[in-house]
Design a binder for this molecule. Structure first.
Ligand SMILES: *Cc1c(COP(=O)(O)O)cnc(C)c1O
Ligand code: SF4
Length: 341
């Protein structure tokens, strides 16, 4: 007897969802994909395996396609490649460097900054960045389901001083368009909220995520929309990004970028100048350059604060003011990001 399957779920998937499914998930697959021999000494392998168990490797192919073949030091590869150094305990590097637990008042909401709240929409990401400050965050406690949004947003409804809702995560664009639009509609119905911001890395690592539907939804909202992308290196932008970003921007959504200063990846003036210039060509304004948070497992990406300040001064020398991001550090229990210069 033949078993006839009702429908093949992949048939209905959008391009970006297929890229999520086909993402690289093992060290071997990733290194083979970028033409690097994955064999290493047993002791090193053990540590790397542990690092990937603590925080799984996850790299979508459109991002992997921008990695230079055969280059183990490629700045994109280094952002996603698990390393044994992640397993070292280093004093001062902790699991919750921002003490976000204290500001996590209602399930799914972080209200630390005046006038705006972060809504933790989903725990997942399309890519796992090794330096991520939320790598230990307990999303299982905070993942909010659609029916819980009303509850989380009641917090916003009850506070007329909140003017901006920031969708964060994980990555809020992991939601499908239907769920995302339902959430946006709920926020639009709160009269005192006038701004909607989406913090996301998804359109960077899978540019197909900026569907026409999503772009139109944001551009037709009564809310003033902005999207804060997360790009650390000019190589992350390709010709694939140009037209979806241009459509979003030309319809009125403001495009900004935040980067993290990362040792061995973007900690020199030339790389940061190239990044700002590439952002501008794509219609994105540099917003923040973050000094890395002291999260356990990421110490090897840390840039010395004195070097960070020199880099910033170098940018000021070489770029117009509007292409210089603000160098900031997040200090636990401080209700704004602290400028470092
Ligand atoms: C970064 C951040 C914001 C947004 O800060 P802006 O300065 O408005 O970009 C809001 N809430 C929290 C908890 C943040 O970490
Ligand atoms: S939250 Fe952002 S930085 Fe962290 S893993 Fe997800 S995409 Fe990367």
């Amino acid at each position: 007897m033949r078993i006839i399957h009702r429908t093949d779920p992949t048939v209905e998937m959008l391009d970006w969802q297929q890229y999520l499914v086909s993402a690289l998930r093992t060290l071997e697959d990733l290194l083979n994909y970028v033409d690097i021999d994955p064999t290493m000494p047993a002791a090193a392998q053990l540590l790397v395996d542990q690092a990937s168990r603590d925080f799984p490797l996850l790299v979508p192919k459109p991002f992997a396609d921008l990695i230079e073949k055969g280059n183990i030091n490629d700045p994109l590869l280094r952002q996603v490649l698990p390393s044994g150094e992640e397993t070292l305990a280093v004093s001062g590097y902790v699991k919750d460097p921002l003490a976000e637990k204290h500001s996590n008042i209602t399930k799914g909401i972080i209200h630390k900054y005046q006038g705006r709240v972060l809504l933790l929409v989903t725990g997942g990401c399309a890519v796992n960045c090794r330096y991520c400050f939320r790598r230990h965050f307990d999303y299982s406690d905070n993942k909010i389901k659609q029916r819980e949004w009303q509850e989380a947003l009641q917090y916003v409804r009850d506070r007329p001083d909140i003017k901006e809702v920031i969708l964060s995560g994980g990555d809020p664009l992991m939601l499908n368009d239907e769920s995302l639009f339902a959430l946006i509609s709920t926020i639009e119905a709160i009269p005192h909220v006038s701004r909607l911001r989406i913090h996301t890395r998804l359109p960077v690592v899978i540019p197909q995520r900026l569907t026409t539907l999503l772009t139109n939804r944001l551009n037709s909202s009564r809310l003033h929309c902005s999207m804060v992308l997360h790009i650390n290196h000019a190589n992350e932008l390709s010709p694939m990004h140009k037209s979806p970003l241009a459509e979003l921007r030309s319809g009125g959504t403001w495009l900004l970028n935040q980067s993290v200063l990362l040792a061995g990846i973007n900690d020199d003036v030339e790389t940061l100048v190239e990044l700002s210039e590439a952002l501008f060509i794509n219609g994105i304004s540099p917003y923040y350059l973050h000094q890395l948070d002291a999260v356990a497992g990421a110490h090897h990406f840390q840039v010395d604060p004195a070097l960070a300040q020199n880099l910033y001064l170098g940018l000021r020398e070489q770029l117009p003011g509007y292409l210089v991001p603000l160098l900031v550090k997040e200090i636990a229990n401080t209700p704004y990001k602290t400028p470092l210069v």
